[in-house]
Design a protein around this ligand. Structure first.
Ligand code: KIV
Length: 273
């Protein structure tokens, strides 16, 4: 395996993530939505691949995560699973697929697991979805929670600003985090919350806390792959580090191809039969 800092080449499980937290080993998580990208992400040593409903934004061009459907998430997750050997594959349950009631949530959770072959699911929210989380767990499906900025509730929040800066919201977040751990979640994503609060959650909970815009004192980090590879150069939140400028690399390569075709530089004598 050509991975970076991969000490353990075994398939990552939810138990392995718990061991990593206990051993103080950080967890690297990235989103991915298709087969080819997922092969690269897996070979590079990422521990957890999230088939995020951010596919709605970066793959489909929507302004929010709300429009993506259950069928579309299953399509993305199925493609990702085909490309992955080592990473744990977690699929987001899309907006509307688990908020109505626990029975509908379990039915849709089983569909995603059965049809895509992914390893676990992620749901947004705390006490509001606790019964559904418990029902999905009771069906034998591992669940990851997601608190802080929960993009499926953007119309309620009205803004993508940092969450839980005020005492009351911070207290609710901490209580929701404990609730999700007690319900049996194997991990928790904390999005766009103060670093101090995220550190507090990570130190109080035994399950791994994965941050995005939540500082370094958590058990792992997650980013949207299009953002960290610089494919999406119109999005520059403070928490984002760009590890490449693929927008420029791809535009230059495609521009060169266009020039070569127009100037009859491609194909050359060696590139034909
Ligand atoms: O959908 C997604 O990409 C996510 C991450 C931002 C955690 O939920």
């Amino acid at each position: 395996m050509a991975g970076y800092l991969v000490e353990d080449v075994r398939k990552v499980t939810t138990c392995r993530l718990m061991e990593m937290k206990q051993q103080g080993k950080k967890i690297a998580m990235l989103t991915s939505y298709d087969y080819t990208m997922s092969r690269i992400v897996d070979e590079a040593g990422v521990d957890v691949i999230l088939v995020g409903d951010s596919a709605s934004n970066v793959m489909a061009g929507n302004t929010t995560t709300l429009p993506i459907t259950l069928e579309q998430m299953i399509y993305h997750a199925t493609s990702v699973v085909r490309g992955v050997k080592r990473a744990l594959v977690v699929c987001d349950m899309p907006f509307g697929s688990y908020q109505v009631n626990p029975t509908e949530g379990v039915t849709n959770a089983i569909r995603i697991m059965k049809e895509s072959g992914c390893d676990a699911l992620k749901l947004e929210g705390g006490i509001e979805v606790a019964d559904t989380v418990k029902a999905i767990l009771a069906a034998g499906i591992p669940v990851m929670g997601h608190l802080g900025l929960t993009p499926q509730s953007i119309n309620k929040f009205g803004t993508y600003a940092v969450r839980a800066k005020e005492e009351a919201e911070a207290r609710k977040l901490l209580s929701d985090a404990h609730l999700l751990e007690e319900a049996g979640c194997f991990g928790l994503v904390l999005e766009k919350v103060p670093a101090k609060l995220a550190a507090q959650v990570a130190s109080k909970l035994t399950i791994p806390i994965i941050g995005i815009g939540a500082g370094s004192q958590v058990d792992g980090q997650v980013l949207v792959i299009h953002d960290m590879l610089g494919l999406n150069n119109g999005f520059s939140p403070k928490f984002l580090r760009r590890y490449a400028d693929l927008h420029t690399v791809m535009t230059d390569a495609i521009g060169q191809y266009v020039t070569d075709v127009k100037q009859v530089n491609f194909p050359n004598a060696d590139e034909q039969y």
